[in-house]
Design a protein around this ligand. Structure first.
Ligand SMILES: [Mg+2]
Length: 213
């Protein structure tokens, strides 16, 4: 049986979003609230992320410290191995950047397919997000990666698909999977509750791995 677990990264695998850590630690006081601007529909999610990521420190050590401050689940590696043994393929979807997602996953020895926005570090320009590739089947002009399209693809090829997330962009993809395999916390949990949609609450990513395994 083919089983795929599609997981959001920021706030789901980690305790804190990369962009909010940047906002807390590296943004000058007079910087506009890009996330609020996105919320008001004035800029796209991709533009908001790109604006925050421009403040990422170019110094490797400072960046590593930032990735650790995101508090990835301490049992990430063991949990991913548990999922793998139980036959679950892991796909990680993120409207942030594969630059840091892949770094943290590989540091924990996690093998996963990552669907996210490529980025590169440039001196003086921070983490530069690359424009979404319009020829990708998962392309979204506003978010870079269309998480729902990724989940729909998983549903086409697998017998069982689970999804986990925490943010506004996770609502639509979460609704595509069965409530028993729909894991949520934070904003997403609240949004599902409001709609009367069933889900499994979680407080740490490793709980989901145990549940699925
Ligand atoms: Mg998230």
């Amino acid at each position: 049986m083919h089983k795929i677990f599609v997981s959001d990264y920021d706030g789901t695998v980690t305790g804190k979003d990369f962009f909010s850590l940047l906002a807390e630690r590296y943004l000058p006081a007079n910087t506009p609230d890009y996330f609020a601007r996105y919320g008001e529909g004035r800029i796209s999610h991709f533009e908001a992320m790109a604006a925050y990521f421009a403040f990422a420190p170019a110094d490797e050590q400072q960046l590593e410290a930032l990735l650790t401050a995101g508090q990835p689940d301490p049992d990430l590696g063991a949990s991913a191995a548990l999922l793998r043994r139980a036959g679950w393929e892991l796909w990680v979807v993120s409207a942030g950047s594969s630059w840091y997602v892949e770094r943290v996953l590989s540091r924990a020895g996690v093998a996963a397919t990552v669907y996210s926005n490529p980025g590169r570090l440039e001196n003086g320009r921070g983490l530069v997000l690359e424009a979404p590739d319009p020829s990708s089947p998962y392309h979204s002009a506003s978010e870079g990666v269309d998480k729902s399209a990724v989940v729909r693809q998983a549903l086409r090829i697998a017998d069982s698909v689970a999804f986990a997330g925490d943010g506004p962009l996770d609502l639509q993809p979460a609704l595509l999977v069965r409530p028993r395999l729909r894991f949520a916390r934070g904003f997403l949990a609240e949004a599902l509750r409001t709609r009367g949609e069933g889900f499994q609450p979680f407080s740490r990513w490793s709980e989901i791995a145990r549940e699925l395994a």
